[in-house]
Write a protein that binds this ligand. Structure first.
Ligand SMILES: NC(=O)c1ccc[n+]([C@@H]2O[C@H](COP(=O)([O-])OP(=O)(O)OC[C@H]3O[C@@H](n4cnc5c(N)ncnc54)[C@H](O)[C@@H]3O)[C@@H](O)[C@H]2O)c1
Length: 397
């Protein structure tokens, strides 16, 4: 007998995950909760889901074993706590939470209930992260000195459409989500490679200048006027880490999430159309573009209409040569994958954790280490870069 998984939120992102949960050999049944009735009916029909619920509350009252949360990005912390308190294991799209109090409550609830919680951080399985994690494990970088990670995603590259779909008529209030409250694609790369924590931060914000009524103090739910934020972190191993979270920026091409990582012996450098291994010896320089290239995936008809070209390229991308595909169930072959080959691994990690009781790599303590630095960074930006300490919420047991 497999587990029963309830998906909460039938938006654009859940669609990529429903068929994977359905195909996992240890998942018996997938159900769906969605507050918007037409969306609920349409997505249930599309994926052949028999049992549906009108809300997370109803799903929590049901007998599902686990809940996978794919709701809007500012809702996750309290919803995950609610599901855990109802006795459900929880998978949750990033970010895990957006205030320190929410993070504290989330970690405490996992510790008290003993249930599995996993943050669905796609960057953890990006080819660049997999490659650097392995070379770090082998000691090839030497000591960590400095890294720069960034998530560069201009509003015009699919965000207007996604935020209107997500926020409804009031979408401008929430489209101004502070960039540093969604730092996890950047922070998780370094943290999951070296295992070091981010301990201190100074961050600056860029006050938006585009006249589209989005990043405006008087409109924003968070009174946020920064469309771009840059943070400089101290790492617990004595290194330095620069993160750019940009939502109004003139770039295209390459991955929107990027990492460059410098050690005392070797470095990995990434920019638009460049991925290079570099050492003290010029002849050892290696162009890694083809090794880390992800295969394109066919895009289903319905998604072709709804997603812009920029989002299609990310929502549907297969694996690269460095993905450990031997770990995946055979039933995943030929199914959709996305965000640079990560979706299938994330589903696999969660089901494995629930069925074995072993913590997934992206457990709640890691979720806290990915998102808390950004929460503090945004506070620093509001105070024009004042240096702030980053609290830690502990290690896995
Ligand atoms: N690379 C990544 O990791 C990545 C990529 C895309 C999206 N995401 C994350 O995935 C999440 C979902 O994104 P999306 O674009 O699909 O959002 P969306 O707004 O399209 O969908 C969210 C859905 O959740 C529903 N919902 C909200 N509260 C609910 C409740 N209490 N009960 C039932 N349903 C409820 C909404 O009605 C909506 O249909 C976001 O947090 C986003 O940040 C992550």
């Amino acid at each position: 007998m497999g587990i029963t998984v309830g998906i909460c939120g039938a938006g654009q992102f859940a669609r990529s995950f429903i068929p994977l949960f359905q195909a996992h050999p240890q998942v018996e049944e997938v159900r769906l909760a969605e507050v918007i009735p037409e969306r609920r009916a349409r997505e249930a029909a599309r994926f052949g889901i028999a049992r549906t619920y009108a809300s997370l509350d109803e799903l929590c009252d049901s007998d599902v074993d686990a809940i996978a949360i794919f709701t809007q990005r500012w809702m996750h912390g309290p919803q995950a706590v609610q599901a855990l308190r109802a006795g459900k294991h929880v998978y949750c799209a990033v970010p895990a939470a957006i205030t320190l109090d929410e993070v504290r409550e989330l970690v405490r609830t996992v510790e008290e209930t003993g249930l599995i919680y996993m943050t669905g951080e796609t960057s953890y399985y990006y080819p660049v992260t997999l490659y650097c994690r392995e070379r770090w494990r082998r000691g090839d970088f030497g000591d960590f000195v400095y890294a720069e990670a960034e998530y560069l995603h201009d509003m015009s590259h699919g965000f207007y459409e996604a935020y209107q779909y997500s926020g409804g008529p009031e979408w401008k209030r929430t489209a101004s989500f502070p960039p540093m409250l969604y730092p996890t694609h950047s922070t998780s790369m370094l943290i999951s490679i070296t295992g070091a924590r981010l301990t201190r931060v100074s961050c600056l914000g860029y006050v938006d200048r585009v006249d589209d009524g989005v990043f405006r103090r008087d409109v924003s739910l968070w009174q946020n006027e920064f469309s771009n934020e840059t943070a400089l972190f101290r790492t617990s191993d004595g290194g330095i880490f620069r993160v750019n979270e940009f939502r109004r920026i003139g770039v295209s091409g390459g991955s929107s999430v990027r990492l460059s990582f410098y050690g005392t012996r070797a470095s990995f450098e990434e920019q638009t159309n460049a991925r290079v291994w570099n050492t003290l010896v010029p002849s050892e320089q290696e162009d890694l573009r083809s090794l880390l290239e992800c295969r394109a995936m066919p895009v289903p008809e319905a998604d072709r209409e709804q997603l812009t070209a920029a989002l299609r390229a990310e929502f549907f991308t297969g694996v690269s040569a460095v993905h450990p595909i031997e770990r995946l169930p055979a039933s995943f072959a030929g199914l959709p994958n996305g965000h640079y080959g990560s979706h299938q691994f994330l589903v696999c990690d969660f089901v494995e954790a629930v069925t074995t009781g072993r913590q997934p790599p992206n457990n709640v303590w890691m979720a806290a280490r990915y998102c808390v630095p950004g929460i503090v960074a945004h506070e620093s930006a509001k105070q024009e870069g004042v240096l702030l300490e980053i609290p830690d919420f502990g290690d896995p047991p």
